[in-house]
Design a protein around this ligand. Structure first.
Ligand code: FMN
Length: 178
């Protein structure tokens, strides 16, 4: 099976996640087409038969280019097995209401585009303090304080559960072959 792994990233963590998704697909004996949605390139040439799209939440929404891609491709995505990986910080919150809130990040995008992914996987992202500019570091540090996330800005913090991600891909491949 040829699987499109489409992603959009702002700080790089979603690219890392998409690469891990692609590796799991290839390790299972399938082909992964890794595609940066914001590149404006062509992805359909590889004739994917299934798709996993990955996008991060920034200020409670997904990157505009990602939303545009999903709106444009919704009917094609609905015609093949597809899944969505939503990356956020809130999903790792120790507060149940906040985790619950994070599970609703995809709602608006899915409603307005009409895309109906078979599986939605929520993955925690990373705080890359060392790469933020002064203003962003200040905002994210305040957000982290509020959510009991690490506030040590002298280094980066990664929260992605790689095992859970790989288990999701395996589950998706099994259901897609179905
Ligand atoms: C400017 C900024 C805004 C963010 N806003 C949110 C948010 O509203 N909710 C949330 O759960 N996570 C938020 N995050 C956390 C990101 O989802 C997390 O850092 C993720 O790993 C970013 O993915 P990327 O590296 O692919 O861009 C924000 C991060 C940044 C840098």
């Amino acid at each position: 099976m040829i699987v499109l792994v489409g992603y959009a990233t702002i700080e790089g963590q979603t690219r890392k996640i998409a690469e891990a998704v692609a590796s799991t697909i290839e390790a299972a004996g399938h082909r992964a087409l890794l595609f940066d949605i914001t590149s404006g390139g062509e992805y359909a040439l590889g004739h994917p038969e299934a798709a996993i799209l990955c996008a991060p939440v920034h200020a409670a929404r997904y990157p505009a280019a990602f939303a545009a891609f999903v709106r444009q491709e919704a009917s094609w995505l609905n015609s093949i097995p597809s899944a969505f990986v939503s990356i956020s910080m809130l999903i790792r919150s120790e507060f149940e209401e906040e985790q619950e809130e994070a599970t609703h990040f995809p709602d608006t995008l899915l409603q307005e585009s009409g895309w109906k992914p078979g599986i939605i996987h929520h993955a925690a992202g990373a705080l890359r303090y060392t790469e933020y500019d002064f203003f962003k570091r200040w905002i994210i540090r305040r957000m982290a304080e509020h959510e009991n996330a690490p506030t040590d800005v002298s280094r980066d913090h990664e929260f992605t559960d790689w095992k859970a991600l790989s288990a999701f891909v395996t589950q998706f491949l099994a259901s897609a072959k179905g």
